[in-house]
Design a protein around this ligand. Sequence first.
Ligand SMILES: Cc1cc2nc3c(=O)[nH]c(=O)nc-3n(C[C@H](O)[C@H](O)[C@H](O)COP(=O)(O)O)c2cc1C
Ligand code: SF4
Ligand code: SF4
Length: 250
Amino acid sequence: MFDVCLITFSPTGSSLRVAQAIANGVGEKIQTIDLTAPRLHIRVCQSSLAIIAMPVYAGRVPAVAVERLREISSRGAKAVTVVVYGNRAYEDALLELNDEAADLGFEIVASAAVVAQHSVVGSLATGRPDADDLDSLRVFGQTVKTGIDAGEIHSVVVPGNRPYRDPMTVSVTPLVGDACTGCRLCVTQCPTQAISMLDPKYTDLSKCLMCMRCVSVCPARARSLPDAMQKAMAEKLSPFASVRRENEFF
Ligand SMILES: Cc1cc2nc3c(=O)[nH]c(=O)nc-3n(C[C@H](O)[C@H](O)[C@H](O)COP(=O)(O)O)c2cc1C
Ligand code: SF4
Ligand code: SF4
């Protein structure tokens, strides 16, 4: 039996770091379920408390993460739900995650919306979660544990609207430059198998989430979004670069 089961979808690692920081405040034995890996077998949460964390994409949680979450057997575990966002907004994402987790039979005992460096436009929330964030996440985990131990569990209300916002449509994939060595790390790391094993310069747009994992793992720094898209996003998001948003705990 594990103390905590981390269930994460974290293409560029921030949601995982956030979940681990919360788990540090809760318990010692940690089971991990990585939703970026394709489904291999039925996944069972073997703990009495799950920490479910995933990023916000256009104010929603990623559809593929939700699909894979639905494959998990909750065994009626308690859950802390967490959305991680890049300093713009999380809109309906936390409400959507809570609806899904509740449908799966998890008993939601606490939720959080946490800020992390934007995985597309790194000038937003650069360096976050920082030391203060990690400390407050650990304290949040401790508070959750104390509440559970004391039998003090309240219903959790989070912001958001139903119906949820329209999901994001992906119109471009990362492109590959001449520096590509053909190592195929991007192929094996892509959460949706969108990159061709035969030719890693080919990415299937219909499968791509624009999650940025391939860009971040490429050892040759050969992958990047098309310049026009990168510039358009940087411009659109520039008003959020100078704001420091605080994490919210529910
Ligand atoms: C396709 C895409 C859409 C995003 N949409 C939003 C958004 O709506 N609001 C926001 O604040 N951040 C947004 N972000 C930033 C991510 O939510 C943020 O960087 C998060 O930390 C990524 O999590 P990860 O490191 O676990 O992959 C988006 C990132 C990507 C790649
Ligand atoms: S990870 Fe980079 S270098 Fe390796 S195959 Fe992919 S694009 Fe090429
Ligand atoms: S190809 Fe698309 S889905 Fe796959 S890792 Fe790259 S950005 Fe993510």
